[in-house]
Each structure stands twice: as C-alpha cells, then as structure tokens.
Design a protein around this ligand. Structure first.
Ligand code: BGC
Length: 365
C-alpha cells in the first residue's frame, strides 16, 4: 500500500488553518446559484466546472457546497458551474468564464481530450488551470488536486476480499468510464489486490461509459447472464454502479448474499452498506478536497507555489504534474458513523424510514 501522503496531508491541514485565518470578509454574502461576489483576500476569481449530475450525486450534493464553503472561508470570488455531462458545454462555460475574467480555472474533465483543449485555451489567455479530482492526460494544469486513486481501488479490492474471505469466488468487475483516468486507476488498484488471490476468478469485466448508472444495470445483467448467475462478488467502482448491480442481484434473489463494493459514501451507498446489500464504500471527504483546491487556486492567484504532496505522471503528456493527493477511507457497516461524524453526510438523510433502526443498531444517532 502506498501511504506516502499522510505527512503532506498534515501540512495541508496546517495551511488550511493559515488561509482561513487570513479570510477577511465574513459579511454574510450568499453564493446564490453558483456564484459569489465579495471582497477577497486573494485578488482574483476562481472558476470551477463540475462534470455532471448523473455519474455520481457527489458533484452537486458534496463538492459544490464544500467548494462554496472553502472559497467563502478564504474570502475569494468564485463561479461554480456544471457541464451536465456535455463536453461541448464545458468548453462554452470555460470560454465564458475566461471572458468574465477568472484568473484560475479548475475543471473535472469529461474526457482528457476536451479537458486538454480547455486548458490550452485558458493558458493562451493567461489563465492558470487546475485538474480537480480527475487528471487530464496530455493537459497543462498547473496542479492536480485529488485523492490517491490507486489507493481507492486497493481499498475496494481489499474490502471485497474481506467480505468474501478466501474461499473460491467468481468476481465481476464493473469499472468506471473509459474516458476517466481515475477509473483506470481504481481498476488497477483493485486488480492489484484481487488478482493476487488464487481462489478468485474474474468471470466478467466491463467499463461503463460515462459512469451511466442505467447502462451499468444493462451491462451487469449481461455479465451476470454470461456467467450463468455464478457470481460471488462484484467490484463496482462507485456507489451508483453498485446500486445498479444490487438492483439486478435483487431481481435474482441474491442481494445481500453477493458482496458489492462502491465509492463516494453517498446516502444510498451508506444505506446499502447498513442494509448489508453493499459490502463497503470509500469515503473521500469533499471538505478536504475542496479546501485543497482552494489552497492551490489561491496560491496561483497570488503568484505563489502551492504546498504539494508529490507529482503524478501524465504518461500521455510526458510530464510530472505537481499534485495534492489526499487519503481515502474504507467504510463498512462498522464505521458508517465516521462519515456522518465528519460531516460527509447528515444523519437525517441516511437514517430515514427503515434505515432508522439499522442506524440505531450500528450506533449512529
Ligand atoms: C470520481 C468518483 C466519481 C466518478 C463518477 C470519478 O472521477 O473520482 O468519485 O464517483 O468520477 O462521477
């Protein structure tokens, strides 16, 4: 396991304190729907383009509010938009943001090609760029802010292995979008654990275009049928894909019997973990990731260097991208409460209806 980032993480948290201490204006401005204008401690404006609202609920439900809070706390002007899964739309939003004078542009690319083109244009207009969460291969971002995505995959692989034990097991892999470099890293990490366990057999593997949850159900059904229903475990790359697989397993009377992994610690993911239909999820604190983005962006605005945890190799672009990579956390039934304690989800959202009792049983109140 690569655990090289925890020291730097501590440094980052220290930095977060410094920046928030500098935030000068807490005059109660509200961000409205995606923008904020207020006097800033950093003399610039940060644009962020989120990818979509479908591939994971995280972007609007976790990232947006965390980014707003981080930028508000730092007292910097910002504009956060969502490309709604449309690369063309992301390009247009980027053009508009550049026209409106952003000094730093952060994107979660929808694919590396369109991301790299956006970054090249920004750079030609003197706008610095940051890759938020997903690395743009062949891009030109000044910084890459994310979690250690190989470790995310390793946690998923280990989580599935812990749920399966070492008896013989047929595993289906439901990977993320082929256009998302993170999906490649998640799959690599998971394989690095599971391929080493001799009693496991890979009986089907497919990437889900655009992380589309509906298509994931169709793909999983096909893989399940092709394996004659002899599936003992599912490595699903995020909670949305996990939900799709669980739906199919339910239809076959197998939900809760076949462990399924996930990622994002969404409300649905945590509820599935509590219900026992999902074996684990991976928590990546949006608060930490947003704070790291704010730090890096403000450093760029001020012409300073951001504190990094290392570099990430972009093999396509042939460069090492200065990176701030955070540590993901594995979540099982035993520590769902950690996500809630950390503010990653609200107890009233997770512990509703039939989950009220499951929460109480798990000591969450
Ligand atoms: C993110 C995941 C997310 C997925 C789908 C990945 O790049 O790292 O957190 O679930 O995209 O949006």
């Amino acid at each position: 396991m690569k655990r090289k980032h925890s020291l730097a993480m501590a440094a980052l948290m220290g930095l977060a304190l410094t920046v928030s201490a500098c935030g000068s204006d807490d005059g109660g401005d509200s961000a409205g729907d995606g923008g904020s204008s207020q006097s800033s401690s950093a003399d610039g404006k940060i644009g962020v383009i989120l990818p979509d609202t479908e591939s994971s609920v995280r972007w609007e439900s976790a990232d947006r509010p965390a980014l707003e809070a981080a930028f508000d706390e730092a007292g910097v002007e910002y504009d956060i938009q969502n490309a709604e899964g449309d690369a063309e739309r992301m390009t247009q939003i980027a053009d508009t943001m550049i026209g409106n004078g952003v000094t730093v542009l952060a994107i979660v690319n929808l694919d590396s090609e369109s991301g790299a083109a956006i970054q090249e244009k920004a750079s030609s207009q003197g706008v610095a760029t940051i890759d938020y969460d997903r690395l743009t291969l062949g891009g030109s971002a000044e910084y890459y802010v994310s979690f250690d995505n190989t470790v995310v995959g390793e946690l998923q692989g280990q989580g599935l292995a812990d749920c399966l034990g070492d008896k013989p097991a047929n595993i289906v892999f439901l990977n993320g979008s082929p256009t998302d470099n993170n999906a490649t890293l998640f799959a690599e990490g998971a394989h690095s654990v599971l391929d080493g366990i001799d009693s496991y057999k890979n009986v089907g593997e497919q990437a889900v275009p655009d992380w589309d949850n509906e298509e994931a159900a169709t793909i999983f059904q096909q893989l399940y049928t092709a394996a004659d229903g002899k599936v003992d475990g599912v490595l699903a790359a995020n909670d949305g894909l996990a939900g799709a697989a669980i739906g199919i397993l339910e239809g076959n009377g197998q939900a809760g019997k076949v462990p399924v992994t996930g990622q994002d610690a969404t409300v649905e993911g945590l509820q599935n973990v509590l219900a026992g239909t999902q074996c684990m999820t991976v928590y990546k604190s949006a608060k930490q990731e947003a704070a790291a983005l704010a730090e890096a962006a403000i450093a760029l605005v001020n012409g300073e260097e951001a504190e990094t945890t290392g570099t990430t190799t972009d093999a396509e672009g042939g460069r090492d991208v200065p990176s701030i990579l955070l540590e993901p956390q594995s979540i099982t039934k035993d520590n769902v409460g950690d996500v809630i304690d950390d503010g990653g989800q609200k107890v009233e959202d997770v512990c509703t209806g039939k989950f009220e009792k499951l929460c109480a049983d798990a000591g969450i109140s």
